[in-house]
Design a protein around this ligand. Structure first.
Ligand code: AQP
Length: 328
């Protein structure tokens, strides 16, 4: 089985990225042929600083290695090093409905936040994402719940291509974790935890110092009750239950049963302590890995060579089926 996923080099990764995606990437190395891509081209679809983008790319590569990705057991590379991604994106636009792209929640949310320019790249973001995955004929795409709609679109694009031009692409399925698929903001628990949140207090960063994590968890918004249980009128407590369950690798029911009657204070203390210990080894390994940019660059280039060897054949096949380029 082939697994593929992409992650943006948006600098500081948060607990949602870690639980929803990164730890699934690590597990993927034991389940199949795992291919992971740092999607720098996707990062250019909103306002950004070119020098920062390069720095963030190394930050993200170091974070993934610190989390447990092993270039000996997976392929880790930078999207822009493999030109097949952009080529296939264009080829796929021929079977992508404009109306479908218009319906994408992420496009609506992100375009509303742009102050100067809503780029065509932001509109085509899901097509480039489809190209990332289809270029490898991946079976499975580990993602958080916010990417559900994009994966559905990717499946439609693959099916439409196969119908129109003949069987070419594997139609991939998403792998969304049962627990922790949508970690919510600690200050606004009806909104997902996000890199671009208005306040840092609601976002636990993977590289946060223990004291910062403790402070953020303890000041997380909760309701005026005291029952530690998941209910629609308790989004803050429900989120903390989900976080602790994900960190422990247990069902949320087990957390509810353990903290029944203990009150919010003791519960928040436990969440803070366990999140600190959960992220500590990643932060410590990151500090060792991040300074050696030459080594990060070497690993990414080696990954790109392996990725290119796979995607080159698949994209050449798509080109042939579409009747573009010189006949063989
Ligand atoms: N809150 C979340 N809970 C669970 N999973 C999440 N993911 C993102 N947020 C949560 C998953 O993380 C993976 C990488 O996402 P990305 O490449 O889009 O990275 P990002 O831009 O840093 O993520 P954000 O925070 O989602 O960005 P903005 O602020 O732009 O909205 C994906 O698999 C995603 O599902």
């Amino acid at each position: 089985m082939r697994i593929f996923s992409g992650i943006q080099p948006t600098g500081r990764k948060h607990l949602g990225n870690y639980i929803g995606a990164i730890r699934q990437y690590v597990e993927g190395q034991d389940r199949g042929e795992a291919i992971y891509c740092i999607v720098d081209l996707h990062a250019t679809t909103v306002a950004y600083d070119p020098a920062e983008l390069r720095r963030y790319l190394y930050d993200t590569a170091a974070m993934l290695l610190a989390a447990g990705l092993d270039p000996g057991r997976c392929i880790l590379f930078r999207q822009s090093d493999v030109p097949e991604h952009t080529e296939l994106c264009w080829l796929l636009t021929s079977v992508t409905a404009h109306g479908d792209l218009n319906r994408m929640h992420q496009f609506k949310e992100k375009s509303a936040k742009q102050r100067e320019l809503v780029s065509a790249g932001l509109f085509l973001y899901p097509v480039l994402q489809a190209a990332d995955v289809l270029a490898y004929n991946a079976d499975e795409v580990p993602v958080g719940d916010d990417q559900r709609q994009h994966i559905e679109l990717m499946r439609d694009i693959a099916e439409r291509f196969n119908e129109r031009y003949g069987e070419t692409f594997v139609v991939p399925r998403h792998r969304i974790p049962e627990v922790g698929a949508r970690i919510m903001d600690l200050q606004e628990p009806t909104r997902k935890m996000s890199t671009t949140a208005p306040s840092e207090a609601g976002t636990i960063l993977v590289l946060d110092e223990p004291r910062a994590i403790e402070k953020k968890v303890k000041s997380a918004v909760t309701d005026s009750g005291s029952e530690v249980e998941r209910r629609p009128d308790k989004p803050g407590i429900s989120n903390l239950i989900e976080i602790l369950a994900a960190v422990r690798g247990v069902a949320p029911e087990a957390v509810e049963a353990e903290f029944e009657g203990s009150g919010y204070g003791a519960f928040k203390q436990a969440v803070a302590e366990e999140v600190v210990e959960y992220l500590r080894p990643v932060r410590e390994r990151y500090e060792q890995i991040r300074p050696d940019e030459a080594e990060l660059e070497r690993a990414l280039r080696e990954g790109a060579e392996k990725a290119h060897a796979i995607s080159h054949e698949i994209v050449a096949d798509a080109r042939r089926k579409m009747g573009v380029g010189a006949p063989r």
